[in-house]
Ligand binder design. Sequence first.
Ligand code: ATP
Ligand code: MG
Length: 504
Amino acid sequence: MNIQLMSGDGLPPLLKLSNVSKSFGGIAALKDVDFELHTGEIHGLVGENGAGKSTTMKIIAGVYADYEGEMRIDGAPMHFRSARDSLAAGIGMVHQELSTVPDLTVAENVFLGHQPLTRFGTVDWPRINREAARLIASLGLDIDPTTRMGALPVGLQQLVELSRVLFSGARIIILDEPTSALSPPEVKRLFEVLRKIRAEGRGIIFISHFLDDVLEISDTVTIFRNGRKVATERAAALTKDAVISHMIGRGSIGMHMGESTTLAGDEAKPVVLEARSISDGKLLRDVSLRLRAGEITGVYGFMGCGQIELARALFGKIRLKRGQLALDGATRSFKSTAAARGQGIAFVPENRRMMLFRTEPVFKNISIAILDRIHRLWLKPRAENKIAATRATDLQIRPPNPNMLLGSLSGGNQQKVGLAKWLTHLPKVLILSEPTRGMDVGAKEDVIRIVKALRDRGVAILVLSTEPETILTLADRVSVLRKGIVAKEFSHGTIHKADLLAAA
Ligand SMILES: Nc1ncnc2c1ncn2[C@@H]1O[C@H](COP(=O)(O)OP(=O)(O)OP(=O)(O)O)[C@@H](O)[C@H]1O
Ligand SMILES: [Mg+2]
């Protein structure tokens, strides 16, 4: 604990924002925000999607130079014009959207922008690889530093990116949703590293929608709502309920994302898609799964358990070495994703950047699923726009303006757009990987509502997630994957988060 630092030891705060406001094209995103970070402090930052968290952090990281108000570092006024300025002032940020370079190696990514040089001024490759291996090992990872970044799963990329910033020597470290792709043991290891960094007298800003995580790791928590700071409190003095009511501005909503659930698997419902002892020759071994019409099957497991591979195998993205798929009882092998799509199988992957077009307006991103099916020429822009506007309202996409560029929506709202397109044309099977990752409580509820509505309309749904709460909130039956095998299945009775964690 760093109470003496918090309560004024004569030193100015490491970072101080006063009356910071920022607008985008005349629309206010931040209004008079005050914020302080002290040395040796982990400062949690929470708020609903679109509350202004990332925008504030991007000001500190030099991404946005046009804002009002004042920023001080160690008491000295600063106004960064670029990310480089901010870096030079000792600030390191892990952005919400991965910013690793897929074509560089892991080691090159770790040292991006600060490569050690030999005494001849050339890049010291052996040293880079050696050092990178050492750094990523301290996050508990065993990755060959010469692997191409793009070849790693998203979760591992996230960890590599974290190591880049954690070990850059920055005095102020900003982590925007760093744990969204991490498994519980990985989060634990990250927290150990964060505590070490705190003990070195550096300051950390930790943004997350996982309120338990925020309360566990933070000394202080700040809550944003609608572009304003509404509270800053000692974490020890806060409860999850208190945080939620600050976030949404009314009394607690009384519904916590599942700590437990009662399953209602119904064997009478027809099996739509079935995996019969499938193996991919690498991770997946003899996985059997039955997706039934009007049911949500949850697949839970830690990162790397084979979920990603399973989703891809069902969608024709990876070839099976053994076993078969059956659709409506007839054996099928999907030679391509197009073949799977043609049979009515829709897939929303965990990495939203794969499916969305950030530089296109929201309505284009929504109607793209229809454009796949209906002839492009048949759809008049106005019709396209109208459908999209309806969807945007259904999903409470904020702001509800279908003409905005997707890239200018907040992260959680971009994700809702990714789901919106499947509402227009009902698929037979819907495969959702991490459907609520990185979303706040309100947005999660929106997504849960939509997914359940699709189930009730007869869609056979598969939800794959590393978050027990997501599985418990959505699933009618659950399979737990461990190292590529189905370790346990639950279809009836009450199960708890602990049951899932124990089986994984
Ligand atoms: N580049 C941009 N252009 C226009 N508006 C933007 C831009 N970036 C953010 N905004 C708007 O500013 C507001 C705050 O967004 P911000 O990304 O800071 O939210 P956030 O708290 O990080 O949300 P999330 O939890 O969803 O990531 C939102 O209304 C968003 O639409
Ligand atoms: Mg954000």
